[in-house]
Write a protein that binds this ligand. Sequence first.
Ligand code: IPM
Ligand code: MG
Length: 362
Amino acid sequence: MSLKKIAVLPGDGIGPEIVAEAVKLLECLQQDFGFGMEIESAALGGAGYDQSGDPLPQETLALCQQADAVLLGAVGGPQYDTLERDMRPERGLLRIRTELELFSNLRPAMLYPQLASASSLKDEIVAGLDIMIVRELTGGIYFGQPRGIRELENGERQGFNTLVYAEHEVDRIARSAFDIAMLRNKKLCSVDKANVLEVSELWREVVIKVSADYPEVELSHMYVDNASMQLVRAPKQFDVMVTTNMFGDILSDTAAMLTGSIGMLPSASLDSAGKGMYEPIHGSAPDIVGKSMANPLATILSVAMMLRYSLGEAELANKIDLAVGNVLNQGFRTADIADGGNSVSTVAMGDAVVAAMRALSS
Ligand code: IPM
Ligand code: MG
């Protein structure tokens, strides 16, 4: 059996702490489940800058290009905020997305029944919530040219960015979203601002065109302002949502918080061949670094997504999901999901998942 190559990028802040727990789980898969893999680590973000003066070092990119999948912790930290823009950790993340052509970003927001009280919304509004946001990740205003800060004739400075989408970019993200809708409840809502923006008008046109290839999927359209309202008013009306890079950035944070536990949510960023980078939705949490307080479950669930979407190991992925559910049933909570009750450390949570996984190996 050929070994799967997994590139591991711990990154900054709590990144190394949570990734260590995910690696522990991968090692358990190798020892107890016959999962053949090879792990190699490299620096990204602030760690990359510290190591070689570049938030995306050449050898990190090369490693990721050769890997079957990439597991990322988180990047960023206050010590890097004053660096020149190109040297900041976030730029490393944006560049790796571009270099690997990871245009399709899957951000699930689901509420674990065991954590129902963690949401700031009423139980009946969020109970059973299970949404998938498909965010376009390599285009739109994040990358559009021209961009910059220029000086006007009167000496005043003006900042500018460009929101652009070519038809093929909309076509491929729409197909990605329709494919996912087909595996779920066959409902897709495309979010745009077609009442104001030409780029959204074209977006909507292309999405409608693609929908002809997916007659079973019920397609709807919503303006982004309304979508942000509907997400907190009646989120269960959504199954899959597809949207642009920046709208998706914003809406996915809202959707994540509906579950009350951003520390639980994984994500996948995929290219057209299904190769992907997997990371928790949360950030590098500089305030809790080194305290073993971080919740490793979002990273562990990202490993499950990796097995499912890139490594053809759906059964193992299901087992990880089950193990995480069992650990929650046993009452294990890190501080972020403890609701004021007893909490365990990052390491203890990782150990609990490995133990729950081993219990499923026979
Ligand atoms: C995210 C983050 C990034 C983004 C930042 C860190 C560049 O907010 O992954 O949602 O805006 O895409
Ligand atoms: Mg974001």
